[in-house]
Every structure is written in structure tokens, then in C-alpha cells.
Design a protein around this ligand. Structure first.
Ligand code: PGA
Length: 253
């Protein structure tokens, strides 16, 4: 049985003071008994957020990392720097990073490998855009992204990876409609098939696959009921009290 995992991605929202205030207002209502829950604040809020969550089972994640351990990389942040703040998860290859900051599959793969080596869970985002779906090449795209992300990854560690299926056309709740639970399950099941090809059946069954894209309290339960959807990566709704409803929806499994 794969443990459900609900992760909030705050993107470039919330100043540190706002993030702390929000988290303090909901953290006691978040039940982590049977579910992994984490928030990914901006880098500059990590220290304060990890302090707020010090004696709490809610985890801390980062939205990005650089794959080199140190050196002349102005503006970048290393895994060692993140570890100082108890970071347990790092989002890798989010579509916004791929689109606006040219994050490549090669960079995603390098990040995945060093994160696993350092015992941090990479949340690897994959997803097609609207045009790719309309042209019916979305499965090819996802297969390529997953395959490249996992290239030469240690088989001993790979079960720790989380894959997040996030179709670009569904991201940014309020402006877009989520994928239906059937569409989301179809693609998460497809990702599981791709994983089976790469890793074999046994390991592929251990890897958790999230859905992301306008997920919220309203659709969380029907998404999480699907056999291949093991969690949600949540943007907009993770900055609202509705996040508690999402976690509650995961508790019943
Ligand atoms: P959204 O964002 O929930 O606002 O659609 C999800 C994401 O980008 O991870």
C-alpha cells in the first residue's frame, strides 16, 4: 500500500511573514497520521517555515535546487544549504521552471540523482501542454520526460521518488479547469506502465504518483480514490484553509 502524499507548492507567493501566519493558522488542523504532508515555500522562507514545523510531522520542501554541491554558481542553492533547514522534499522540473527558466530533462535527471544520493525525495513534475494533448502526443511526451528523468538512477533508491503528473492546461486553479479524475487516472496509470518498463513491476508499484493541476477540496476525494493516484501536488489551494479538506480527503484511504 502506497502512503498518500499531499504537497503544497506556494510558488512565488507569500512573503515569509505571510507564510508563517498562514501556516500557524492551519497547521493544527492538519492530520498527518496516515498521510505525508509537506509545504514548499520560497527559499527565503525556509528557515522560518522549518522553525514553525519543528515539532510537527508536516514536512518542508523546496521548489528547486542546483545539482552541484558548491561553487561559482551565482544565484543558485545547493542541497547542503537546503538540508540546514530540514528540507525533505524538492520539486524538480516543475512546468513553470521548464517553461520560464529553460529547465531541461538533463538538468532534471542530474537533480534527481543527487537528491536521491542525499536522501531527499525528488518530486519530479511531468506534463503535456494543451497543444500536445490536442495533437494526441501527450503520452509520448510523458514517456520521454519520465524516462529521461530516471536515466541511470540507482535502483536501490528509486522507490523514494515521487512523480507528479501535472498537465499544463490544468495548472493554476481559478483560471483553468482541473483534469477530470478519469483523465488524471489514465495518465497516472500510463506513468506506472512506463515505470514498469524502466524499473520492473515490483519497483514501479512502490513509486508514488501525484496528480497536480487545480486540485482542491472539491475534487481531492475523487482523484485520490483512483488506484494510480497516490497524492496531490497543490498550488493555489495550498495557500487557503481548503488545504485542510484536501488532506482530510486523503485520510480515508
Ligand atoms: P495549481 O498548481 O494547484 O494552482 O493548479 C499546481 C502546481 O503548479 O503544482
Amino acid at each position: 500500500m502506497r502512503k498518500k502524499i499531499i504537497v503544497g507548492n506556494w510558488k512565488m507567493n507569500f512573503k515569509t511573514s505571510e507564510a508563517v501566519e498562514f501556516l500557524n493558522s492551519i497547521k493544527d488542523d492538519i492530520n498527518t497520521d496516515k498521510v505525508n504532508v509537506a509545504f514548499c515555500p520560497s527559499y527565503v522562507a525556509l528557515r522560518d517555515i522549518s522553525e514553525v514545523l519543528k515539532n510537527n510531522k508536516i514536512g518542508v520542501g523546496a521548489q528547486n535546487v542546483y545539482f552541484e554541491p558548491s561553487g561559482t554558481y551565482t544565484g543558485e542553492i545547493s542541497i547542503g544549504m537546503l538540508k540546514e533547514f530540514n528540507v525533505e522534499y524538492v520539486i524538480v522540473g516543475h512546468s513553470e521552471r521548464r517553461t520560464f527558466f529553460n529547465e531541461t530533462d538533463e538538468a532534471v535527471n542530474k537533480k534527481v540523482k543527487v537528491l536521491l544520493d542525499e536522501n531527499i525525495i525528488p518530486i519530479v513534475c511531468v506534463g503535456e501542454n494543451l497543444e500536445e494533448r490536442q495533437k494526441n502526443i501527450h503520452k509520448e511526451k510523458i514517456e520521454m520526460q519520465v524516462t529521461k528523468a530516471l536515466e541511470d538512477v540507482s535502483l536501490d533508491l528509486v522507490k523514494n521518488i515521487v512523480i507528479a503528473y501535472e498537465p499544463l492546461w490544468a495548472i493554476n486553479s481559478g483560471n483553468t479547469e482541473p483534469a477530470t479524475s478519469e483523465q488524471a487516472e489514465e495518465m497516472c496509470a500510463f506513468i506506472r506502465l512506463v515505470l514498469k518498463k524502466i524499473l520492473g513491476d515490483k519497483l514501479a508499484e512502490k513509486v508514488r504518483i501525484q496528480y497536480g493541476g487545480s486540485a482542491g477540496g472539491k475534487n481531492a476525494k475523487e482523484l485520490l480514490e483512483k488506484p494510480n493516484i497516490d497524492g496531490l501536488l497543490v498550488g493555489t489551494a495550498s495557500m487557503k484553509p481548503d488545504f485542510v479538506n484536501i488532506v482530510n480527503a486523503a485520510l480515508i484511504f
